[in-house]
Design a protein around this ligand. Structure first.
Ligand SMILES: Cc1ncc(COP(=O)(O)O)c(C=O)c1O
Length: 357
């Protein structure tokens, strides 16, 4: 007999990308930043006194929230700090969606969303993206018809990397009957002209997710945050969040990371340059690759091969990329942008696989 709730017993958990211990394996599978975190973080860790850990950390991460608020030109009451962006997603669901109520998203989307919906025992409506990886014009209508309470929309899209303009985001948020969680996990690698944050002042149903995992090279830290109107942020801070959800060290490191904007910006520029160079090389090899505004590329493999066979071959050559055995994605590989040297290695191995098979 299982003691799990029925929906938990029936569900499969989230399957993370492989995280091998072996440092000789080239990891281009989980969208980590190939450049190290800001040097000021290493300096702080060298000076860090463990005495601080005797006491509980600041409960609301106020210092971090002030810094994030200044960075985005909002008030600290508009910011919630969370254990990775993933905790914000969970909080949005547990705070605003009753079990049994409908959650909405696109198809494809970030594969954690359906898992979180299942945990809360909520059904989920997937609206297929158009051929150019954008929500269809009828997106909000379809979700309203399904009585969706919370929509989870990732922009730039994962796994395609395609960015939807702010105007379309605004139109979607305005026409939805429920709340929109705009997941901007990868937005720092997008065009500078894109900025959805001012929308939170005009719209009462929009929360934006940010994370330090990708843009600030801190996936191992587990720190993200939400930006939204106070009436949506406050209940999560005051009621549904775990008390002391962020430890001392995370709070300190995250504050430094946001303050070191100059350093972070340099890594984004390098990733963007490498992304565009890698895309050109993949196109030359016969892959189809939409224009990405993130730190990864979604590459449709040449018809002569299957994506799975190339994934397996690369793995045998110690290179990990992501293969999703799902409708619409099974002929594609998602490839994280590495350093110039790492990308060169990938292209060399891909060329040899395409010739030899
Ligand atoms: C689309 C998307 N949203 C949110 C996240 C959450 O990231 P984290 O929990 O590391 O902040 C990820 C991580 O892979 C992601 O791909």
């Amino acid at each position: 007999m299982s003691w799990e709730r029925k929906n938990i017993a029936a569900m499969q958990g989230y399957i993370s990308g492989e995280q091998p211990d072996d440092p000789s394996i080239l990891k281009l599978n989980t969208n980590e930043n190939p450049y190290p975190p800001a040097p000021a973080i290493e300096e702080m860790l060298q000076r860090f006194s463990s005495e601080v850990l005797r006491q509980y950390p600041p409960p609301n991460a106020d210092e971090f929230r002030e810094i994030a608020a200044t960075l985005h030109d909002v008030e600290s009451g508009n910011i919630i700090a969370t254990r990775g962006g993933d905790e914000l997603l969970r909080l949005m669901i547990t705070t605003f969606v009753d079990p049994g109520e409908m959650i909405g998203t696109t198809q494809p989307t970030y594969s954690l969303y359906p898992v979180l919906a299942q945990i809360q025992n909520c059904p989920i409506t997937h609206v297929p993206l158009t051929a150019d990886w954008k929500p269809p014009e009828s997106f909000s209508d379809q979700l309203n018809d399904a009585d969706v309470k919370l929509t989870l929309l990732v922009n730039p899209n994962a796994p395609s990397g395609v960015l939807v303009e702010v105007e379309q985001i605004e139109q979607i948020a305005r026409s939805l009957n429920g709340i929109l969680l705009l997941d901007e996990a990868y937005v720092d690698f997008a065009d500078n002209s894109y900025d959805a944050i001012p929308l939170i002042e005009e719209l009462d149903n929009l929360v934006i997710l940010r994370t330090l995992s990708k843009a600030y090279s801190l996936a191992g830290l587990r720190l993200g945050y939400g930006i939204g109107p106070e009436h949506l942020i406050r209940p999560m801070i005051e009621k549904t969040r775990d008390s002391y959800n962020l430890d001392w060290i995370s709070q300190k490191i995250a504050s430094i990371a946001l303050e070191e904007q100059g350093y972070a910006n340099q890594t984004w520029l390098r990733v963007i340059q490498e992304r565009d160079a890698l895309r050109t090389e993949l196109l030359k090899l016969g892959f189809l690759v939409p224009n990405s505004q993130t730190n990864f590329l979604l590459a449709t493999v040449p018809k002569t091969h299957t994506a799975e066979s190339i994934y397996v071959e690369l793995k045998q050559r110690n290179i990990l990329v992501r293969f999703f055995d799902q409708v619409g994605l099974s002929d594609k590989l998602r490839i994280t942008i590495g350093t110039a040297e790492q990308n060169h290695k990938l292209i060399t191995e891909l060329s040899s696989i395409l010739i030899s098979q």
